[in-house]
Design a protein around this ligand. Structure first.
Ligand SMILES: [Fe+2]
Ligand SMILES: [Fe+2]
Length: 472
């Protein structure tokens, strides 16, 4: 079961050959996906050999095989984590009944929406990152970008499998629509705001992987708790891939911070721009921007939708099964961020409607751990500066703080104060132009751009000067 059949046109571990109807639906979708990939996937590198990992098995030990592959030949397929015998619905009104192998009729619409919303983010990020290859800081980073891109493509496959296998004609229509929306397009945008924002440079890309892919991790982790077992198994395998995206984001920013600190020490100045680095103040602005955009992805602090998803047994909490309570949350309360006059505090709210805020809390704590590791690098250079996550009310477009202006340290501001200060907190056109000016491609094996340190080690035990992408 764990092994993946690569002799099939669509690699899979779901016995696709035994389900002719589904196989036909997916084989019909496959060329459309490839067309989308050629159109919207990485620009200019489709014919190059890239040193990529491909899943060979879904068990914990060594699921990956590394080899050169041209991206359009990547073996996208359908991989579900091993079934857990006797798995039950573990929370909500159906707690204790056997996990569903088929979609419960009454939840069909809700479940489809959840899957489509998750699925839509996957091709969106590929579209957002389409042009980045042309300005890569190294072949190592170029390869990591492409690894993330092909895996987001596979995540799209994962959601399309669920739609085609379990939602009949509606599902097939949704599968098509996932290839038709376009990130940032005014007429047919992607569903969620953050996935319509541009990713203009590599600092933005690393921030996106750190903050926005991490939202993905938390959404997938909650869906991995689902009572709908195929969704749970799909998400559990996706999480193993998502871990690499977290790594690309965190280590990417860390290497930028490290390079900045080296330049600060060498030239005894905070202003490292003239020495080809990105100053910490600018990095902080990008943290503020990408964190606030990603916090919105969790939705409103108080949400009956979130309560319903939970009560229906469709979407759990982060690490639901590690929590020591009744897993129905009836009568329980949770503390949510709240605006009272011009002050931000907290208030107790019913736990069920507070599930978005609770997931956001888990997310913020995880982000903070990463920021702490960046600050460790700064400290190790003897520099007395700390990067900080902005207050959760800063620059929010969704939820309780959408209508107020709040500083990164959580003070409610007048419009005038905001207008006077926001240039200090968010990337300005000048900042973006400066970061953009650094984006000159470096493609000699083993070399890295001036603004980013080399990583401590290569991929899969290969040296740094390995030719991770063959451009010749
Ligand atoms: Fe993904
Ligand atoms: Fe991802």
């Amino acid at each position: 079961m764990a092994g993946i059949d690569y002799t099939e046109r669509i690699p899979n571990n779901v016995n696709l050959a035994e389900n002719r109807r589904l196989q036909r639906a997916l084989e019909d979708w496959q060329p459309k996906f490839l067309e989308w990939w050629k159109d919207m996937g990485p620009l200019g590198f489709q014919a190059k050999d890239v040193y990529l990992r491909t899943a060979v098995s879904v068990d914990a030990q060594g699921w990956a095989n590394f080899d050169y592959v041209r991206m359009p030949d990547y073996r996208w397929g359908i991989f579900l984590a091993e079934p857990e015998p006797e798995r039950a619905v573990n929370f909500g009104d159906h707690k204790g009944s056997p996990a569903w192998q088929e979609v419960p009729g009454e939840y069909r619409g809700v479940l489809r929406r959840l899957i489509v919303t998750q699925g839509d983010t996957e091709p969106a990020s590929v579209e957002q990152q389409q042009h980045l290859g042309r300005t890569c800081p190294s072949l190592y980073d170029l390869r990591n970008l492409f690894q993330v891109n092909v895996e987001e493509g596979r995540h799209l496959w994962a959601m399309v499998y669920l739609l085609d296998a379990h939602f009949g004609r509606d599902g097939r229509e949704e599968s098509e629509a996932l290839l038709q929306r376009r990130s940032g397009n005014a007429d047919k945008p992607r569903i969620l705001g953050a996935f319509n924002e541009p990713t203009p440079d590599w600092l933005s890309f690393f921030m996106f992987c750190f903050f926005t892919d991490r939202d993905g991790k938390y959404q997938l982790a909650s869906l991995a708790e689902s009572g709908f077992d195929p969704l749970s198994r799909t998400c559990r395998f996706m999480l193993t891939e998502e871990a690499h995206h977290m790594f690309v984001g965190e280590s990417g920013v860390q290497r930028i911070v490290q390079r900045t600190c080296e330049l600060m020490r060498e030239h005894r100045t905070e202003d490292v721009r003239k020495h080809g680095g990105i100053d910490l103040a600018t990095i902080q602005k990008y943290v503020n921007l990408h964190c606030s955009v990603s916090l919105d992805l969790f939705g409103s602090e108080v949400s009956t939708n979130a309560a319903n998803f939970y009560t229906m047994g469709l979407k759990g909490r982060f690490e639901e099964m590690k929590k020591d309570d009744d897993h129905t949350l009836k009568g329980a309360t949770y503390s949510v961020a709240d605006l009272a006059g011009d002050r931000i505090g907290t208030r107790e709210e019913a736990a069920l409607v507070s599930l978005n805020e609770r997931l956001r809390d888990d997310y913020v704590a995880d982000c903070q751990r990463g920021v702490n590791r960046w600050n460790q690098v700064i400290r190790s250079h003897g520099i007395d500066v700390e990067l900080r996550l902005p207050h959760r009310a800063f620059r929010r477009a969704i939820g309780s703080f959408a209508d107020v202006k709040v500083s990164p340290d959580g003070r409610v501001l007048s419009e005038a104060e905001w207008d006077a200060r926001h240039h200090d907190w968010l990337p300005t056109a000048d900042d973006q132009a400066f970061v953009g000016s650094l984006m000159q491609p470096v493609t000699e094996p083993g070399r890295f751009a001036s603004w980013i340190a080399a990583p401590p080690r290569g991929i899969n035990g290969r040296p740094l000067e390995f030719e991770y992408v063959r451009l010749g």
